[in-house]
Write a protein that binds this ligand. Structure first.
Ligand code: ADP
Length: 460
């Protein structure tokens, strides 16, 4: 640790298409912000280059100023600079309107839009006279940075930089990801188990020598139950029981659920196949059968899935109006109240590169119930089955988990969780305290990234 701190500061530039909280779609947006903050806190210089979407949440950008304008590929690109969560961000606004379309993803020409952005970002670094040590790009959407840089920009004077590429989800754009894997100096994915799960994939298989699994962290300032405007009573591990009781009541009140001391299962997710939709539905019914309450916050990019959940919501809101609420929207403040007010957060993903919801759940003293896959396997240790595996990590067991992808699997974990709540409240409360005391921040993973950045810089 000491050695790393004494090294001269590095200059790291992220080229990314998502950034929390101004342009967040999923975990990628969280990681760009929170990894950058952690690395900056270790005294390195970090810049982020992001498209200037018309749908940016500008209220979270401080000191937004016009920086300069340049031409690339016949298009004027206006560059703005501002601060987001204390990070320096350059916003590229091509005047051809590629990012004036009301959304981050979802256009037929997304690949072209982001390809243009990647090229424009490298051009900006060149024209701006920047000499970063590391250019860090992410997923298919900024994958082109890796080969555009190596094929074109190393010749133009940006030669010092090394390219690091992170796979947040191999499911999307595997061809672009494969190409970036070939060109990047170092590559990572977001958990050790996911790195093994995808090691046989053709996009990854021939590049294992430069490929590492580093677990994501969460930002302890952005997710802090002691300092959170969305919850009624600030709490730490010391007053977790009182704090969570107040949040549960506020949540029940807000959503019109019965104000009662019942086990409450929360689900906060994109509603896609990856997230185990059939398992989520099964768990909702099982929880209700066991007398619990369920709150789901989720939105589906696919309108058929959205309609399906609208129907389920109508059904549940008439059959179990005081115990079930499905909120089919994207709602950041509500997500905070659910993390704080739930007893359990369910994450039954079919696959999960890292998963942030289980980590955030623990930060708020909620107990994760997860399927054993990817990063969920690396961060959740079953109270009955994983004592030894937890001990290797220097941790106490912290949740409930299951194998398989059928109803029986979910039941196995969920029934034990709910029974523990009903039958052993003192033990359960201690568990809430234990998970809150575990450190799922970037403290450790940021050092792993720094080591990787240093190794990349030393490459010929
Ligand atoms: P993924 O990136 O696959 O969507 P992650 O678990 O890595 O999954 O990250 C999901 C992030 O998005 C978490 O921060 C979670 O709290 C947030 N999130 C997901 N759905 C919603 C929603 N409907 N409203 C608010 N936040 C959400």
């Amino acid at each position: 640790f000491g050695g790393i701190v004494k090294e001269p500061p590095m200059h790291i530039v992220h080229i990314a298409v998502e950034m929390a909280p101004i342009a967040k779609v999923g975990g990628l947006g969280d990681v760009v912000t929170s990894l950058s903050r952690a690395v900056q806190d270790l005294n390195h210089n970090v810049d982020i280059i992001l498209p200037k979407y018309d749908c940016l949440n500008l209220s979270n950008v401080k000191d937004l100023q016009f920086h300069k304008s340049y031409f690339w590929s016949g298009t004027e690109i206006k560059v703005w600079h501002g601060k987001v969560e204390g990070l320096s961000v350059y916003f590229l606004e091509p005047q051809n309107g590629l990012f004036w379309v009301g959304c981050v993803y979802g256009r037929a020409n997304d690949a072209e839009r982001f390809g243009f952005f990647c090229h424009a970002a490298l051009e900006f670094l060149l024209q701006n006279g920047s000499h970063p040590d590391i250019i860090h790009c992410h997923d298919w959407s900024s994958a082109p940075v890796a080969w555009l840089f190596k094929e074109q920009y190393t010749h133009y004077g940006l030669s010092k930089a090394r390219v690091v590429f992170t796979i947040h989800n191999l499911e999307f754009g595997a061809n672009l990801i494969g190409k970036a894997m070939a060109y990047a100096d170092k590559a990572t994915t977001v958990s050790p188990t996911y790195s093994r799960e995808i090691a046989g994939n053709h996009a990854v298989a021939t590049h294992l020598h430069k490929f590492h699994g580093i677990i994501n962290g969460i930002d302890p300032d952005i997710w802090d139950p002691f300092n959170d405007n969305s919850i009624p009573v600030p709490y730490t591990a010391e007053n977790v029981v009182e704090g969570k009781r107040a949040s549960k009541e506020a949540l029940q009140q807000k959503l019109g659920l019965k104000k009662a001391d019942l086990p409450l299962v929360g689900v906060i997710t994109r509603l896609t196949h990856q997230k185990g939709i059939h398992l989520i539905k099964h768990a909702i019914w099982r929880t209700l059968e066991r007398g619990g309450q369920v709150v789901l916050l989720g939105s589906a990019p696919d309108h058929r899935i959205q309609n399906d959940f609208v129907n389920l919501a109508n059904q549940l809101h008439s059959s179990h109006n005081d115990r079930a609420r499905l909120c089919l929207a994207y709602d950041e403040p509500l997500s905070h109240l659910i993390y704080a007010g739930a007893d359990f957060i369910l994450v039954p993903s079919i696959f999960e590169p890292c998963g942030l919801t289980q980590l955030t759940a623990m930060r708020y003293g909620s107990i994760p119930i997860v399927r054993k896959t990817g990063g969920l396997y690396d961060t959740v240790f079953d109270v009955d089955n994983d004592k030894d595996r937890a001990q290797v990590q220097g941790l106490e067991p912290n949740g409930f988990s299951f194998d398989g992808a059928d109803a029986g699997g979910v039941d196995y974990a969920l029934n034990r969780a709910i029974s523990a709540w009903y039958d052993g409240r003192e033990w359960f409360n201690t568990l809430c305290k234990t998970v809150m005391e575990q450190d799922w921040s970037w403290n450790r993973p940021a050092l792993d990234y720094l080591e990787l950045y240093h190794a990349a810089c030393k490459l010929e």
